[in-house]
Design a protein around this ligand. Sequence first.
Ligand code: XMP
Length: 538
Amino acid sequence: MIDLSKQGFRLEPPEANISYQDTMDIHSHRILILDFGSQYTQLIARRIREARVYCEIHPFNIPIDKIKGFNPKGIVLSGGPSSVYDRGAPVVPREVFSLGVPILGICYGMQITARLLGGRVARSKKREYGGANLYIDDRSDLFYGLRKDTLRVWMSHSDRVERIPPGFSVIARSENSVVASMRDGERRIYGVQFHPEVVHTEKGKRILKNFLFRICRCRPVWTMRSFIDTTVREIRERVGDAGVVCGISGGVDSAVTAVLVHRAVGNRLTCIFVDNGVLREGETKKVERTLKKNFHMRIRCVDASARFFRKLKGVTDPEKKRKIIGREFIRVFEEEASRIKGVGFLAQGTLYPDVIESVSFKGPSATIKSHHNVGGLLKRMRLRLVEPLRELFKDEVRALGRELGMPEEIIERHPFPGPGLAIRIIGEVTEKRCKILRMADQIVLDEIKKAGLYKELWQAFAVLLPVRTVGVMGDERTYENTVAVRAVESVDGMTADWVRLPYSVLERISSRIINEVEGVNRVVYDISSKPPSTIEWE
Ligand code: XMP
């Protein structure tokens, strides 16, 4: 590991620094990211948070008063798909540059900086996309501590800065002397044409850290330990003496929410676990065991499976299945919650990406997940929301879970859809078909875990097809169900690739399913990527 203190860092690297936490508010040293719509904006935020500095993403056009009110230690202008010459190209008010706050413009963010401050941006005929060489001219601040003058960086742009604005100097170039980074040291305004936030940029993290710690003089106080202290205090203040209910599903978000709220209000929290009949094998017991035994939480498990199966009878349309399960879940939850006295709040595991999505300048996303749709419930029961994970990314939720002492089994769990196995049983969902799928699914997971592959995958599961095929077992001819196996790699579920599972693992999965699950005589492996397919089959 490089010793940063020997390289002129005034502050210790985050890992070595605990003492700030007792005295400093975790939000006090924060960075504002103004979003111009880049696919990498969330990555910028994650890199900054990994450096233990709090940051938030806001649309580029938030009012200047809000920017001042945010009181940032620094501002990052993100990349974006526009050209500064497009009609209606997004811009920030010029005033942003005279707040006296350091600014880092990335890609489009640098071009808009150049344009607004009197430089010239030219349209390139050719788009520069992918790896490129960066030749550094000045290593005094943004590129401080880098040993080499040349780095491989990730470019993704078509416009370029042709003339830098007055007061600026060029601190790095790419091929043919194109401006790849510029600086106005006096006003502490910086621009980079490449993307320091992506892993393909060599020393990208270091460059961002230089901006945070050397230029903005941030302190690395955003840690999960201090997050717990602050959030527990905030939950107590918000909730007062009221009771809280929380729906848990076995998923990491709801489990971490529950444990955190429990730490704040103890047994005034009641968790409700609804067994909708389409859960994985042993799910109810697993959740009960972990949260009840390890954390001594109050949990009400409601077996509503019969009720769900009744409603699903004869239904084959996937969207109808989703609606029925979502609606029924809210009903069961509400009935159960209304039996608890003094409840004033509903705790929910909303994460930061959902929050950004709904405030994004592109407009509210059309794909807000159905389980967030609790408006009616809140109104009818006169509940208010507690969403302690609203500021966190998924990897931060996992780190928080670990800090709270939760077992890896829950923290590393794959995502599981709200409508559960119902959207993996193609055609009608019956108890019998559910039982077949549950057994097959358990074998898939079991073998993947045994092969040590579980953590590397985004999801792995079985799907029950409405297809029967002929087989032979012993001397007898069979005519039974087909199971499809799916295993995918993904970063966020938006795109995915099928996993090249070793043949030996596939072989074990197949032979175990056919031998152990009555009613299945054929197993197939799904080799489709997303897009154009989806991860789930329905
Ligand atoms: P698709 O199938 O759209 O899945 O590629 C992307 C991710 O979303 C999950 N998924 C759902 N999650 N309710 C959920 O809570 C749903 O109706 C639903 N449908 C898909 C899927 O498991 C994958 O992780």
